[in-house]
Structures are given as structure tokens and as C-alpha cells.
Write a protein that binds this ligand. Structure first.
Ligand code: ADP
Length: 286
């Protein structure tokens, strides 16, 4: 196991709230490297779809009297521009996830609302594949179409120093669940909160991940099937950004999957530290 630096700060913010901040400088360094690598690769990565769009647009105008050809080339143009948009969003995510705000900026994050926001960002994509996304908290189904999701229990709160990080993490998991699932399937997002942990599960009925790849999917630029992933707009960065974001919130992420059955990603966020305890530790494992 590798040596990491941990700093844990805990404090009361309001009533029952527990706060935790973990700063892992070795992770931070490898993340900076990830961003540098990505920026190095990105000019090439951006050039490919941009060039393809220019070429396809030319072809489509030449074929303007053939409706089938127009439909075919237009479809390819929108695929390529989706890819461009995907790359640019990854750049923004990398930039944002790296911003570690001041401890005094620690914010109360309403986990249910954050998860609902993350789901909403994937609704267009899901609807285009007739995939239904369901949300539940402690086993209770929750509607998220409205402005703010509500349920009978108090929504679990978490203190993090980068509120966007949690949203990005969940957004990426739901995005993958939709991307790697066939049409007319379900994606279930479940929040389970107890005194110790808040657990967020994203379950799909998709293509699954081969066993030999399971331990590698969180690596940067790793893709199980690069050709397929490219076609669906993948960059191989989503899960490495997700893992970083989860760690930024003091949590861990795990994956279960079986090919042809589906995948389950589980984020576990600890709430175990008692209010008003303030301690700092060095060393230990994340
Ligand atoms: P990408 O941008 O290619 O999706 P990610 O880092 O998000 O990159 O994921 C890495 C790889 O893990 C993907 O290329 C894909 O092969 C696999 N993967 C991720 N999520 C899922 C999922 N829910 N179902 C099946 N395969 C997945």
C-alpha cells in the first residue's frame, strides 16, 4: 500500500452535521499530471472531430439531392460534434475538480439535491435511448423532474470543500450507465444514508465490464474497447475524474460488473467523525 498524507478536519456547522476534509497531496500531484497529459493529448483529440466535421459538411453539401446521404452524413456530423463537446466538458471538469477551495468555504451539500441535479444533466441522452432513470433514497422512490426533490425523511447533508466534485462524480457515473446500456433499459440511482455513511449506487443493465478490465477502469485514458468508446463519445477520462472527485469529498468508489448483465458503481462517503472533534492525522491509508 502506498504512503499518503491525510489531514482530517472535523467541525460542527449546524446541528447534527459532521464535517470532514481529506487532503491527499500524492493524489493531487498525480491529478495534476493527469491534467497535463490530457492537455498534451487534447490538441490532437480536438483536431480529429473538428477535421471530420469540416469534411462531412462538404460531403453533405455535395450530396444535397440525395436525402439518404444527407441523413447519413448529418448523423455523423452530430456524432462528431458530440465528441467535441464531450472533450471540452472533460477539460472544464478537470479544471473545476482541481480547484480545492479554502476550508472556510466548506459548504453543506444536500446529497439528494446534488444527485438529482447530476441525473438531470443526463436526461436528454437517456430519453434519446428510451432509458428510464430512477432515483430512490433509503428505498423510497423519489421524483426529480420538479425543481427540488422531496421525501419524508430529512435529506442527508454532507460537508465538502468542493461542492461541484460530488455532482461531477455522480453525473459521470450516470453518463456512463446511459452510454454503455442498450435502449429501453433502466438505470437506478439509489442513495442510502445511515449514521456512518452516505452511499450512492448507480446500477445499469448495460454491456458490463470484462473481469480483466475491472481493476483498470479508474485509470486515466483506459477504455475497455477504444473503438466503441470513441464512437460513443468516450475519452477514457470520465472514471479517473470521478474517482478524484470522490476522494476530494473524502469518499471511496467501488465497481461491480458482469458482462452482459450490467454494472454497479458505489460511492461511499463517510460521516463517521463526531461533531466538534478537531484532529489532524498524518500517514495512514485513504
Ligand atoms: P469513457 O470516457 O471512455 O467512457 P471512462 O473513464 O468513463 O471513459 O470509463 C472507462 C471505461 O470503462 C469505458 O471506456 C468503458 O469501457 C468502461 N465503462 C465505464 N462505465 C461503464 C458502464 N457503466 N458499463 C460498461 N462499461 C463501462
Amino acid at each position: 500500500s502506498k504512503k499518503v498524507n491525510l489531514r482530517v478536519r472535523v467541525g460542527r456547522v449546524a446541528g447534527e452535521i459532521y464535517a470532514i476534509l481529506i487532503q491527499d497531496t500524492s493524489e493531487q500531484r498525480s491529478f495534476e499530471r493527469m491534467r497535463r497529459d490530457f492537455v498534451t493529448n487534447v490538441s490532437h483529440e480536438l483536431k480529429t472531430p473538428a477535421g471530420a466535421i469540416a469534411l462531412l459538411a462538404e460531403t453533405v453539401s455535395d450530396a444535397s439531392d440525395d436525402p439518404d446521404a444527407v441523413r447519413y452524413f448529418s448523423g455523423r456530423i452530430s456524432k462528431e460534434s458530440e465528441r467535441l463537446t464531450g472533450l471540452v466538458s472533460r477539460l472544464i471538469e478537470l479544471q473545476k475538480a482541481e480547484e480545492t477551495l479554502d476550508v472556510s468555504e466548506n459548504k453543506q451539500t444536500n446529497v439528494l439535491e446534488t444527485v438529482a441535479d447530476a441525473i438531470r444533466e443526463n436526461l436528454v441522452q437517456a430519453e434519446s435511448k428510451h432509458i428510464e432513470i430512477m432515483l430512490s433514497m433509503n428505498g423510497q422512490r423519489i421524483a426529480f423532474d420538479g425543481e427540488k426533490p422531496t421525501n419524508d425523511n430529512p435529506n442527508p447533508l454532507l460537508i465538502v470543500n468542493n461542492t461541484d466534485a460530488l455532482k461531477t462524480a455522480v453525473k459521470n457515473l450516470v453518463e456512463n450507465a446511459v452510454r454503455y446500456s442498450p435502449v429501453k433499459t433502466h438505470v437506478a440511482v439509489g442513495i442510502v444514508a445511515d449514521d456512518q455513511n452516505i452511499r450512492i449506487k448507480v446500477v445499469d443493465q448495460g454491456i458490463g465490464i470484462p473481469e480483466r478490465s475491472l481493476s483498470r477502469v479508474f485509470e486515466r485514458f483506459y477504455r475497455v474497447d477504444p473503438a466503441r468508446s470513441r464512437e460513443t463519445g468516450g475519452t477514457g477520462l470520465g472514471l479517473s475524474i470521478t474517482k478524484h472527485c470522490v476522494q476530494e469529498c473524502g469518499g471511496t468508489i467501488a465497481v461491480w460488473s458482469r458482462e452482459g448483465e450490467g454494472s454497479t458503481f458505489t460511492i461511499t462517503l463517510p460521516r463517521h467523525s463526531k461533531v466538534n472533534d478537531v484532529h489532524e492525522t498524518d500517514g495512514g491509508a485513504a
